[in-house]
Design a protein around this ligand. Structure first.
Ligand code: GLN
Length: 313
């Protein structure tokens, strides 16, 4: 083991210890009943570096609901299917609004600001659904996650999917509104069904950090050497993550952490240090914007100690 690897392991363990001692942890997502039951004290952190070394601490092997982090992977699939045509359906500007907001949709005629707010992710799901049955597409998404993570055990938490399906009134409103502008091709129930299920994929920090490696390494899957996306596309997905990955908390996240990243209301964050590392953190308590509260604090400490911010030390 190199000195640098030992140093990284020390930093990761140190941060996990610091986080477990913090009383301020945010609030778990209450609007999806199944997520409201998750232990607020859980904390996991995993870093996979450019040499494939894994530094892990805390609840790093406990699966959690990846929720909106799945949107990075459906965006990747959508760009593979439609290329730049995708941007006719969805923009790539920060929204400055909450993740489930409907306000911009009216004056922007059903074209969501970006692929990471709920409306945008539903539009992306609709695009990749065309030409497939919902079940077939979900199989494809899960297999994609399994391939990227080198782990066939990844699956969907059906209880979370059913819980969101029962309580997803806002998402139904967003989908209906977009449909009224002719922006969705498939039956709303099908598109939403796939959306709720891909949000309900359960992964551990270890699996998630492995899945993010291609974004840290110019689009390559390090285990097989296969190109998941071209380098230019990896760079662009990272750009959208940096600008839009934390909704109306994206500016604050860039200011404090300085990495492309995507959060989910399950309390996970996937962050990419280009050329250096793929990082996953999980702490279920959220801040007012619906982003993991301690997840951000932990990433701020990590980038500072490792000098990994894309904006310099
Ligand atoms: N499935 C969640 C929703 O649609 C995803 C939101 C999130 O993780 N920010 O509300």
């Amino acid at each position: 083991m190199t000195i640098a690897t030992r140093e990284l392991e020390r930093v990761v363990r140190e941060i996990a210890d610091e986080m477990s001692a913090r009383p301020d942890r945010g609030e778990v997502a209450g609007y999806i009943p199944e997520l409201a039951r998750v232990d607020r004290n859980a904390f996991g952190l995993v870093v996979v570096d450019d040499a494939g070394n894994v530094a892990a601490a805390g609840d790093c092997d406990v699966p959690f609901s990846i929720q909106s982090i799945s949107k990075v992977f459906t965006l990747t699939l959508a760009l593979g299917k439609a290329g730049d045509r995708l941007w006719q359906r969805v923009g790539r500007e920060p929204s400055g609004s909450p993740f489930n907001s409907i306000v911009q949709l009216e004056y922007e005629r059903g074209r969501p600001r970006n692929p990471f707010i709920n409306a945008g992710a539903i539009a992306v799901t609709d695009l990749i659904l065309s030409g497939h049955q919902p079940r077939e597409l979900l199989g494809e998404i899960v297999r994609f996650m399994q391939f990227l993570s080198d782990d066939d055990s990844i699956g969907i938490d059906e209880a979370v999917a059913a819980s969101e399906q029962r309580s997803g009134f806002r998402n139904a409103a967003l989908a209906n509104y977009m449909k009224s502008f002719g922006m969705l091709e498939n039956p709303i129930d099908y598109t939403l069904g796939v959306y709720f299920h891909h949000c309900a994929i359960a992964m551990s920090c270890r699996q998630l950090a492995m899945a993010g490696r291609f974004l840290a390494h110019l689009g390559r899957h390090p285990t097989t050497g296969l190109s998941v996306v071209q380098p230019e596309r990896a760079r662009r997905i990272n750009a959208v993550m940096l600008m839009c990955g934390h909704y109306d908390g994206s500016g604050e996240f860039a200011y404090r952490v300085g990495l492309p990243a995507k959060s989910g209301v399950g309390g996970g964050i996937l962050a990419i240090a280009p050329g250096k590392a793929s990082i996953a953190v999980w702490s279920p308590g959220l801040d007012a914007n619906g982003n993991s509260y301690l997840g951000r604090v932990a990433l701020e400490a990590l980038t500072k100690r490792m000098g990994w911010s894309v904006f310099g030390a």
